[in-house]
Design a protein. Structure first.
Length: 259
């Protein structure tokens, strides 16, 4: 940490040891205890979703060396310990995926899971739900490409696309949605790094929306702020007592099913 009054760096433990910053060198691969930036979190999220074969290759190559488990390590050899270079092989088998049945597949082909994903596009439900009392809740967060209101052409285009998909899937859209919005306060990482003020404002606005007892709330986020996204999930799951709900990202869109 830097000294508050002098351009020096405190490198001591229990005692204070001040050194000029230009004489200090940070060794590589040191643990960072501060709060990572959003781009760092995005990189870690992307890296953690690598396929298993990529992760196994990294562990067998760089991972063993970075952990000090490479062949010929003096500390391990002194105790007669050796680390294998290859990961353990576990026998397994591929299970036959279930075949859910729907009223009709629009494209005429059989419905099958694709790599563990069940895409509901072009599928009609056996008994489609009725969508009558629903709300579109727009969260403004100071971005330039935000919707300008319920008459914004891009907003109407997304809304029509959603309603079309619902109708194609066998749902009955009886009425257009009601519109609600909230404008979040500016970001301040120094005083409010986790956007607690913004989350509280969302809570107040969401209380007003829930008084209408909607069947579904479509929440449109104007940014990928992870604090706002996770705060919204916590609000619905803990504070607002939404009994059963699902969140799913579609570009800017989050869906909350309240039934």
């Amino acid at each position: 940490m830097k000294h508050p009054d002098l351009p020096l760096v405190d490198v001591g433990g229990k005692s204070t040891t001040l050194l000029p910053a230009e004489l200090c060198t940070i060794l590589p691969d040191q643990h960072f205890r501060g709060k990572p930036l959003e781009e760092h979190v995005a990189f870690m999220t992307k890296y953690s979703s690598n396929p298993p074969n990529v992760n196994a290759s990294v562990i067998e190559s760089r991972g063993l060396r970075q952990l000090g488990f490479a062949d010929g390590t003096p500390a391990l050899s002194a105790f007669g310990i050796g680390i294998g270079r290859n990961m353990a092989t576990v026998p397994g088998r591929v299970l036959v995926p279930p075949e859910p049945r729907y009223l009709k597949n629009v494209n005429g082909s059989d419905f099958k899971a694709d790599k563990g994903s069940w895409n509901m596009r072009n599928v009609r439900f056996t008994r489609g739900a009725s969508l009558e009392n629903w709300v579109v809740f727009v969260i403004h967060d100071g971005n330039l490409d935000e919707f300008k209101g319920p008459a914004d052409p891009e907003f109407l285009s997304i809304l029509r696309g959603f309603m079309t998909i619902c109708s194609t899937s066998g749902m009955t859209v009886k009425a257009p949605p009601k519109y609600a919005e909230v404008v979040l306060p500016p970001k301040n990482r120094t005083e409010d790094p986790v956007r607690s003020t913004a989350i509280n404002k969302i809570r107040v606005a969401m209380d007003n929306v829930l008084r209408q007892k909607p069947d579904i709330i479509m929440v449109i986020l104007s940014s990928s702020d992870r604090h706002v996204y996770s705060g919204l999930k916590h609000l619905c799951d803990v504070t607002l007592d939404v009994r059963k709900w699902t969140l799913r990202r579609f570009e800017k869109i989050v869906l909350m099913f309240l039934t």
